[in-house]
Design a protein around this ligand. Sequence first.
Ligand code: CA
Ligand code: CA
Ligand code: CA
Ligand code: CA
Ligand code: CA
Length: 681
Amino acid sequence: MNRLRTQLLATAAAFLAMTAANPVMAQAAAAAVITPTGQTQPTAQAEANAAAFVLNPEDAASGHIVGTASLAGLEVYRLDGTRVGVIEAGEVVGVDVRHDITLAGRPATVLGALDERNGLRFFDFDGRTGKAVEITAKPMPIEFAAESMCLYRDARDANLYAFVVGSDGEVEQWTVFADATGKLDARPARRLHVASEASYCVADDATGDLYIAEQGVGIWRFAAGVESIVEPQLIDAARLGHIAGETGGLALQDGGPGARYLIASNASANSFNVYDRGKDHQFAGTFSLAGVEAAGGLATGAAGPQGLLIAMDDENEGGQNYKLAAWPAIAQALGLAPGTPQDPRGPIAPPVPVVRPVVETTPVPHGGDAADDPAIWVDPVDPARSLIIGTDKQAGLYAYDLDGKVVQFLPDGKMNNVDLRDGFKLGGRIVSLVAASNRTDDTIALYAVDPATRKLVPVSDGPQATGLTDPYGLCMYRSRRSGKTYVFINDTDGRMRQWELMAKPNGKVAAKAVRDFKFDTQAEGCVADDETGALYVAEEDIALWKMGAEPRTGAARTVIATVADNPALKDDLEGVGLYDLGGGRGYLVLSSQGDDTYAVFAREGSNRYIGSFAVVGDGARGIDGSSETDGLEVTSRPLGPRFPTGAFIAQDGRNVAPAEAQNFKLVPWDAVAAALKLEAR
Ligand code: CA
Ligand code: CA
Ligand code: CA
Ligand code: CA
Ligand code: CA
């Protein structure tokens, strides 16, 4: 909350500086006056607020206007303004539309509506006839005084979202998903805020921009993606900019490249402001519609070659209604390129293939950056009883079962990274050895997994000091050549050290330093390939490196991929994992933290880059995707029926739906393999 407030203040300060440097900007320009081309009949209750334009799927030149009519529900008008139908939608104040939403396997035009009494409602709209069927799966009440709503279809995850804005500045994002019967359900995913009443919103599916009108303050832009960082930008402000007082409805005019605009009702001046979205939302002019009191909702339509603007008229004789204006006339009056209205229909194509998690772990108890790195213990007897071991870098180590429930918590220090190797001979037994980098006392924390109780048991032969200033990333290596087990830990200063882990006669484990080497800048994520003897290290801002994992292989290293040369990599480069197909073949998976994707490289040969994927939310399961990932882990060993060919596990930097502390997401390898056409073991 404090961070958000700081951002708001910083944005406001930047805006003030900008307007002060350009006094012309603060002056109101004379508004061009445009004559409306038509109007709808007054609503039955003489009350109107928001409207949407719905294309006829069979004729892109025609369609219907759907407007809110308060207690009268949603009214449907032809383009000539004739009311042709009413959709019972309660006391409705907000409406928006998305075309080509898949419902029970078929494409549908979906209306979202905000019913003041009952919350969110959804309708399957027949764009040819103008008739609609309600497809609301269950009541979805809003827990605050809601003002309006808008829809958003995210190009990255192909999910549908609804934003509901409220009188105390609430901006609630809901994930909308179809159930098996083709009805639409939704759950709250995250909350954004503005300081005072949020009255209208509009979102752009292609760019991921969400615009919020804040009464008496101005217009904000947020990133609409549910996993995106909250960094609101002030587009225009009352008093300081081109807004006379109140801000009203918002609409987007998409005329293609060079002709993308934001239109905002400048309600106190009965005019409309236009901003050029291709020029960083530069103010592009003001117009008014003759005889229209511009108080409320706005919508645009891509009807035919022209494009139209629909504006609610607060003071229409005979009752509030919706006025229509031709976009080319507005563009001409303001000297803007009108462009060609873009067809809003068509499927969404995510920029990288997506997979969805099937399990998420219980959030760590600490807020902020806390969860960091996972490891996997595979139960050799019953793989479905395997454990995810995850670090809470503010507190200790957690062990989770494959449902994500906490099995054990070890409050042993600020554990940053964790890894595990089977086959360690200790006190006459063969154990799975766990190592973690402990930043509280700068030691190597060591545990053995007790397979009977599924608990981690400390086995360190006293504190195993690292001698590092700030132990950071960690990975383990079990040499096929010597059978010895090693651990690597790097320091935030770029140093990296290797220890041999040795069983003591007392049944404990001690670490003996065997090699030091260094990277130029901070490295963290690493993974060793036990079969080939390779060590892979991610130098965060620079590259993924390959070198020898055996202690006598020196400091020679080769570069696998760099941030500078591979556009699929955005720093920081973080966790690295290995998928073993056997015979030295398989895949390396690397967290490209800067763009919330995971890059896949071949394990064999020269480690060629194969492709990238993203982990996105599953609305029906109620599990969000993973973003800003630090540590990750991959296994090709089966983990029971849900993970028959292994799993991909990622730390999630932004755990939403609902907003909670960080956690780990579990994805079946089958899903990753299908998304990128990879092999599975
Ligand atoms: Ca982090
Ligand atoms: Ca790990
Ligand atoms: Ca890092
Ligand atoms: Ca997430
Ligand atoms: Ca979640």
